[in-house]
Design a protein around this ligand. Structure first.
Ligand code: GDP
Ligand code: MG
Length: 456
């Protein structure tokens, strides 16, 4: 798998004082494959790897203390740069309302995002208004109303018989517009928002299943009519190789100020992010990570770079691990993780080895996606290793190999034998099971959670 491949390449580079062009080519080849596997478009990959190759053969690497590490650093830096460097923020207008228009294909997640943005902005003490300018699908307006209600934000929508409903409760009111013409609805909504002093207007628009001239024209017309401060191009991270063509079409047809990547809770490694950012030169501003209104975060380029490389700080982790125990041992452990034959005995051995390599907390904190694990580890300090040793040493060989046999009476016996409590024995067994499960996922090259995404 990919992580293994990169780790292997990295190992080959380790210990070399100087990198030859052949060394660099080998690494670049693996990076190229990693990016293609992550669905980055071929042109972008070519561009990217040639830049990396050039830098890798240059002075900064040949003069570095550890050239291999330097190459990996360059790869990471270049990824982050393409993804926009710093996290981008919404640019609010000096003359409210700030107008944010959403554009993208049908199913990309625009309407859901409208709700997420509205809820988030309301929490930040803004007074957002949602505008239903998607009149394409029969259900689109209703869907936005539902989302608005969940977010506690009013929706301006074309409603026959509900025109000019000024006296509707502002927290959940549906205000009138003009049925049938999205441009007119958007314009009416602007006037309404100014009159009622909403400070942010979020305009949901129609999408089609594929890129389509009529759709582009409609979105462009809406844009022209309301002159938004921000146009967010919303794109599904799962779209893969189609990302480039879609993004280009929207850039030409409507143009946008930033990109929102949705469905990052899925399997997509996020290559679409790199392709879109690289091809359009527009920053990615938010990441959507689920169907719920709170599943939404600012986009962090550095974390996304780790996700695309499927690497996290795993290289650092492996390097540290190699300093403490030999490669053969490390490989065996990784194999055990992957094949589920990791036992409490191995756990004990590992912990003893870990004593000479700094805090366990830091080490596990480096694993990609180990966020939940890290929290777990907050109350896991090294002085516990001694007690852990005592507990495991009080177990029979069978118990160490198959912790499943540890019933109540066995746990009492072990607690007594080790001078600890049953609670401590339970805690250890739970921790072991969790560690084994997580390490297994990581060893297989998977990502236990959405890495790279923190809370807002
Ligand atoms: P629109 O056509 O662009 O307005 O897309 P919708 O907002 O209607 O979303 C299409 C589908 O994708 C709906 O079923 C949403 O619940 C779902 N969806 C939207 N954003 C996300 C996300 O970040 N993760 C997941 N898993 N589903 C999402
Ligand atoms: Mg929609």
């Amino acid at each position: 798998n990919l992580t293994d491949r990169l780790v292997d390449t990295f190992k080959n580079l380790r210990g070399k004082g100087k990198l030859s062009p052949a060394d660099v080519d080998g690494t670049v080849r693996e990076i190229r494959r990693a990016l293609l596997d992550a669905d980055v478009s071929l042109d972008v990959v070519k561009d990217f790897t040639s830049k990396v190759r050039e830098r890798a053969l240059g002075d900064e690497v040949s003069k570095a203390l550890n050239p291999a590490q330097q190459v990996v650093q360059i790869v990471n830096d270049e990824l982050v740069a393409i993804l926009g460097g710093e996290a981008r923020r919404i640019q609010f207008s000096k003359n409210p309302p700030t107008v944010i228009m959403l554009a993208g294909l049908q199913g990309a997640g625009k309407t859901t995002l409208a709700g997420k943005l509205a809820k988030w902005l309301a929490k930040e003490n803004h007074t957002p208004l949602l505008v239903a300018a998607d009149l394409q699908r029969p259900n689109a307006v209703t869907q936005l109303k539902v989302v608005g209600e969940q977010a506690g934000v009013p929706v301006f929508a074309p409603e026959p018989g509900n025109v000019g409903a000024e006296d509707a409760a502002p927290s959940r009111g549906f205000f009138g517009g003009t049925v049938g013409n999205p441009v007119k609805v958007a314009k009416d909504a602007m006037k309404f928002a100014r009159d009622k002093q909403y400070d942010v207007v979020i305009v949901d628009t129609a999408g089609r299943l594929g890129v389509d001239q009529e759709l582009m024209k409609q979105a462009a017309d809406i844009r022209k009519a309301i002159d938004p401060d921000e146009v967010f191009f919303v794109i599904d991270a799962m779209i893969g190789q189609d990302a480039v063509a879609t993004a280009k079409a929207f850039q030409e047809g409507v143009d946008f100020t930033a990109v929102v990547l949705t469905k990052l809770d899925g399997d997509a490694r996020g290559g679409a992010a790199l392709s879109v950012a690289s091809v359009t030169g527009r920053p990615i501003i938010f990441a959507s990570t689920g169907e719920g209104l709170d599943d939404f975060e600012p986009f962090y380029p550095d974390r996304m770079a780790s996700r695309i490389l499927d690497l996290g700080d795993i290289l650092t982790l492996i390097e540290q691990a190699q300093g403490a125990f030999d490669e053969e041992e490390a490989r065996k452990t990784a194999e055990k993780f992957a094949t589920d034959s990791f036992t409490l005995d191995d756990f004990l051995k590992q912990m003893q080895q870990l004593k000479n390599m700094g805090s366990i907390k830091n080490m596990l904190g480096m694993l990609p996606g180990a966020k939940g694990m890290r929290q777990q580890l907050e109350n896991f300090d090294e002085s516990e290793i001694t007690r852990t040793e005592a507990i495991i040493q009080s177990m029979t060989m069978q118990e160490r190999r198959q912790p499943k046999v540890l019933n109540g009476s066995r746990r009492v016996r072990i607690a007594r034998g080790s001078g600890t409590t049953v609670t401590e024995v339970n805690a250890l067994v739970n921790r072991f099971e969790q560690a084994a499960k997580m390490m297994k996922t990581v060893a297989k090259g998977g990502v236990p959670q959405v890495p790279g995404m923190g809370p807002i």
